[in-house]
Design a protein around this ligand. Structure first.
Ligand SMILES: [Cu+2]
Length: 161
């Protein structure tokens, strides 16, 4: 292999790596990993052909504003969550079963930072994004599953029609 061909191969590999790294910057972006069975009950990571819609959410010390949103089945939604709080929060989308399990996880590891397709940590005063596609009709939940936060009111409903 000549030196220039070798160099091009190295460049192609590098750009493939940086493309996949860029894709993973926004939680909720589709990745080639195996589908998560738990997620399929309430949706899937948003595809890059989306989003169809952006929803702005504010996190205060003990609630999310708005407290509910309505979306159309099949829509990919880019959530832009801005903290107006001095506390660390998370924004997690799921059904009741997901949140029940994830609350226990956060109780055991309250310092854990989330950067999953359906859950992201929101540091105090900062904005984070999450892109999710709602593939099932029904009522789902966005909540902060850090210890006691959802019970204090940090919970909202996604109505999917
Ligand atoms: Cu919180």
């Amino acid at each position: 292999m000549s030196r220039s061909v070798l160099l091009s191969v190295v460049l192609i590999i590098c750009s493939a790596f940086s493309a996949s790294a860029a894709g993973s910057q926004v939680p909720g972006t589709a990745t080639p990993s195996a589908p998560n069975v738990e997620w399929t009950k309430f949706g899937e990571p948003g595809s890059r052909s989306g989003p169809h819609r952006t929803i702005f959410v504010t996190a205060t010390d003990e609630r999310f504003i708005p407290a509910s949103v309505t979306v159309t089945k099949g829509q990919t939604v880019l959530f832009r969550i801005t903290s107006r709080s001095t506390l660390k929060h998370e924004f997690a989308i799921g059904d009741a079963a997901f949140h029940a399990r994830h609350e226990k996880e956060m109780a055991a590891m309250p310092d854990m930072d989330m950067k999953e397709a359906n859950a992201v940590t929101i540091p105090p005063g900062q904005t984070r994004s999450l892109m999710w596609r709602f593939t099932k009709a029904g009522d789902f939940i966005y909540a902060c599953d850090m210890p006691d936060h959802a019970d204090a009111g940090m919970r909202g409903t996604v109505y999917v029609h």
